[in-house]
Design a protein around this ligand. Structure first.
Ligand code: FO1
Length: 324
């Protein structure tokens, strides 16, 4: 029987980065009563552009949870206009990273607040309230942690690798500059302590999930916690649903397979979710595994997947309690 999560008020934490993360977060928000979901978001992709503080993964989660996202691009606002970008080009400004007119307002406001001394956590909370989002959205930390991609063509800051170079240079390694000085914010700590289930969204394990786990104390907390932790594979049929995860796996000498995701994150997980396409791999996964349709095309499919993951995650909790 499906757990009716709308009639109880469980505290759920989702770890997210990129488009896949934002999609599942949207499904979880739809499946849960208001206020039950906290999304902890990767900020390793953040950078300064046009003098503004840009936080791409926070933006993607904010726009998705507010139902203002551009579904074709996967990032940015729907009904976007590009007047400022065109004018920037006229004045010799950088055009490779496209900031739309509507999107620009958010970056201007956030930059203003950060310059006045507000933390990224507080600035994000203001934005989500102004957008009418019922879920809590937290940056993984308030200190700057920057993903640096080491490639065969040299080191590239994340957005230069991802957007400017379209992930073309072959990957050698990845580091998270500044991670050693980052701390778990009180808000992230509170969310993790209260969590009854932690869900790793189908996000890139190397450049969306690893930066979150690089915040000192977070990985250890999850490893020691008895709260069930479930990850959804971002790899389906050997391909990433979106982005460079499969290409990165191959360049790191790994198979582009859900099994590589389990190998990578397995020490913090209690359960794993794979797509029906990969059903024959379920027996090789060392964790309890849910096999289901993980492709999210519309709000109904996001909510259906979220509901199945919640039921699966709570069944792991029940099994652990019975065994205790
Ligand atoms: N992604 C692109 O592929 N091209 C862009 O020009 C681009 C602009 C952009 C502006 C604001 C924002 O919040 C995100 C933007 N993204 C763009 C998405 C983003 O860079 C990536 O999807 C993430 O960093 C990867 O998770």
């Amino acid at each position: 029987m499906a757990l009716t999560t709308k009639s109880v008020k469980p505290k759920i934490v989702a770890l997210a980065g990129g488009v896949g993360g934002a999609k599942l977060a949207t499904g979880l928000q739809a499946a849960l009563p208001p206020g039950c979901l906290t999304v902890i978001v990767n900020t390793g992709d953040d950078f300064e552009h046009w003098g503004l503080s840009i936080c791409p993964d926070l933006d993607t989660v904010l726009y998705n949870l507010a139902h203002l996202n551009n579904p074709e691009m996967g990032w940015g606002r729907q009904d976007e206009a590009w007047t400022v970008l065109g004018e920037m080009a006229r004045f010799g400004g950088e055009e490779w990273f496209r900031i739309g007119d509507r999107d620009l307002a958010l970056h201007l406001r956030r930059t203003e607040w950060l310059r006045r001394g507000l933390s990224l956590t507080k600035a994000t909370d203001r934005l989500r309230r102004l957008l009418g989002i019922p879920s809590v959205i937290l940056p993984m930390c308030d200190e700057p942690v920057r993903t640096l991609v080491h490639t065969e063509e040299g080191d590239l800051p994340f957005q230069h690798y991802f957007v400017r170079r379209r992930c073309e240079p072959a990957l050698v390694d990845i580091s998270f500059v500044g991670a050693e000085s980052a701390t778990l914010s009180p808000e992230v700590q509170k969310a993790l302590y209260a969590a009854e289930l932690v869900i790793f969204c189908p996000s890139n394990p190397y450049v969306s999930i690893d930066p979150i786990l690089s915040v000192p104390g977070l990985r250890d907390f999850l490893r020691r916690s008895s709260t069930p932790k479930v990850a959804v594979s971002p790899i389906v049929g050997g391909q990433a649903l979106k982005g460079p995860a499969a290409k990165m796996m191959r360049e790191l000498g790994e198979m582009s397979s859900p099994l590589t995701v389990v190998d990578h994150l397995g020490d913090v997980l209690d359960g794993f979710v794979i797509d029906r396409t990969d059903a024959e791999l379920a027996g090789a996964v060392i964790l309890p595994t849910l096999v289901t349709d993980t492709i999210m095309t519309d709000l109904a499919s996001k909510e259906r997947l979220a509901q199945e993951i919640l039921t699966f995650g709570f069944s792991l909790k029940a099994t652990a309690l019975l065994a205790a």
